[in-house]
Design a protein around this ligand. Sequence first.
Ligand code: HEM
Ligand code: HEM
Length: 209
Amino acid sequence: MPSAGMTATDWFALLHPVLIILFVYPVVGATIRLGILARERRLDINPLPPTVGVEHADHGRWLTTGVVVAVLIAMAATYAMGSGGPAFPLLLAGAGCLASCLALWRAKGPMLRAGFALLCWFGLLGLGSQPALWHLGRSPLDGTVWGSHYWSGVLLCGLLLFAMAAAPETLRSPRMRRLHVSAAFLTALLLAVQAISGSRDLLGMALGG
Ligand code: HEM
Ligand code: HEM
């Protein structure tokens, strides 16, 4: 059995999928359900309290933060399994991503919210492009982008961070709400794509690929 030979690094690498499965996907289900209820309330289809919208946005914040944390853990695991290189600048950038995401919970002004969301997202993209984390087949030029767990993962992070940053506008403006709902379809699709490509990559590792 492969589990007999699991090293500490292997266990650490399992933390990303386990966190996503145990914490992120259940929150995804609740977020989508509450989003639909918020819509039904707004359209007067269903007499619900206004708290469904508030709960939806709260679940969305936990979802976004959970995904950012799980992605940072995946990157740390990739680093631990790789050929090394200086860890300190990467740790610093990772801490910066986490801090920007946490600052999004508090930030009030639109510029500040946009700034923290972009800082967090660029931080993730910057980290992923470091030589210590850069995999073969990650370049957008070599044709494997569509099947890549990494590229759809960072795109998904961007969409979630955008939804979190723009939540007050989504609440107020019909135009932003339409944009949010369109982006939400893509977000839900990418969440399904991540489950497929992530499991595929795990299977590849188990088979020694
Ligand atoms: C899979 C992810 C998501 C889906 C499927 C989704 C879906 C929806 C839907 C269907 C609505 C109702 C729109 C309407 O009234 O016509 C909505 C509203 C809203 N969403 Fe999301 N959403 C998602 C993620 C997020 C995230 C991450 C946030 C922010 C943290 C967020 C914040 C909001 C806000 C503030 C509203 C307005 C609520 C209200 O009218 O009371 N959503 N969303
Ligand atoms: C919200 C969903 C998910 C997102 C946003 C996401 C994102 C990511 C990212 C960005 C990486 C690259 C880290 C790096 O090496 O720099 C990664 C790695 C990985 N993820 Fe996920 N992931 C998700 C769900 C899953 C699931 C459900 C599984 C397995 C069941 C999984 C398994 C893996 C594995 C095995 C790796 C390391 C190998 C590789 O780069 O493909 N992920 N993930």
